[in-house]
Design a protein around this ligand. Structure first.
Ligand code: C2E
Ligand code: MG
Ligand code: MG
Ligand code: MG
Length: 281
């Protein structure tokens, strides 16, 4: 009967929650150890300018290898956000990314920027701007070479503080991009209040763009929106030439995705940049 059935469902649900809880605890325990023993590595995914057909930047994506297996950042970053370990981890990522980019300064294509993902907790932490300034100062990286990627949710969590932080970053000369644009539940009104430079249209809209009229309509609209607000638009998750061509006709500025390159290890990224600089197209 119905009551019995719902009991069964509740039981399964409990069991599932139990597993999730255990996994979460296990990851937390391993994260603490990983931070001490430096198990993290930075990966680099190049970004491509549609108009000038050149590399325009590179997104830093953290990788964590435990006992020979990768744990996805989509799994461990939200856990690190919740337990606060994102603060030391995020500091390490920011410092290391700036250091790496400064080492490359003259080997990267001219004006190429590095983009670092910043989680809500980090962004809204007192002293965050000082930390960014220190990372730039210590590494010698010019602020114009740094982009920070945040999601809409970060601003929605604390709009007043968020805007203050954005204004400070702007005054330092750093660009800010809204990541996963279109997936949050915020109104568009915030866009005219926040000093940002770039929108990153989420890969979920790009994935089926060729076959899905609704996704296509959304992407076209976001391209128009970016243009009218004078923001640079980058599409993430571009995997095919057809998607690239479509985005070009929509007026999108940049793309990132497997079509151009997967996220690469440092050595592979250096080889990629070298090859790109000496290619003849
Ligand atoms: P994100 O910032 O939106 O990064 C884009 C994700 O899409 C990356 O997944 C990237 O590997 C993946 N991707 C890139 N091109 C393609 C493509 O053509 N097709 C498909 N299917 N996927 C593509 P990744 O590296 O697993 O990272 C997932 C998320 O974890 C990131 O989403 C970001 O929210 C978070 N994350 C990653 N690294 C960091 C970090 O250093 N700090 C923080 N706070 N979050 C990070
Ligand atoms: Mg990102
Ligand atoms: Mg994204
Ligand atoms: Mg994402």
């Amino acid at each position: 009967d119905a009551a019995n059935e719902s009991k069964q469902i509740a039981k399964c649900f409990d069991k599932d929650l139990g597993f999730k809880h255990a996994r979460r605890l296990d990851i937390t325990r391993k994260l603490i150890y990983a931070l001490e023993s430096r198990q993290f590595e930075l990966y680099f995914q190049p970004q491509y300018g549609i108009h000038h057909k050149k590399m325009t930047g590179v997104e830093i994506l953290v990788r964590w290898c435990v006992d020979g297996a990768f744990i996805s950042p989509s799994e461990f970053i939200p856990i690190a956000e919740q337990n606060g370990l994102i603060l030391p981890l995020g500091s390490w990522i920011l410092k290391s990314a700036c250091q790496q980019a400064a080492n490359w300064q003259n080997n990267l294509p001219q004006n190429a920027k590095i983009a670092v993902n910043i989680s809500a907790r980090q962004f809204l932490q007192p002293g965050f701007c000082d930390e960014v300034e220190r990372a730039l100062y210590d590494s010698g990286l010019a602020p114009e070479r740094l982009t920070l990627e945040i999601t809409e949710g970060v601003i929605m969590q604390n709009k007043d503080l968020g805007i203050k932080v954005l204004q400070k970053l702007k005054s330092i000369g750093i660009d800010v991009a809204i990541d996963d644009f279109g997936t949050g539940f915020s109104s568009l009104a915030y866009l005219k209040q926040v000093p940002i430079d770039k929108l990153k249209v989420d890969l979920s809209f790009i994935r089926n763009m060729q076959n899905n009229k609704d996704d296509q309509a959304i992407v076209i609209t976001v391209c128009q929106l970016a243009k009218n607000l004078n923001l640079t638009l980058i599409a993430e998750g571009v995997e095919s030439k057809e998607q690239l061509k479509m985005l070009e006709t929509f007026g999108c500025d940049e793309i990132q995705g497997y079509w151009y390159s997967k996220p690469l290890s440092q050595a592979d990224f250096e080889a990629f940049v070298h090859a790109a600089q000496y290619s003849l197209d």
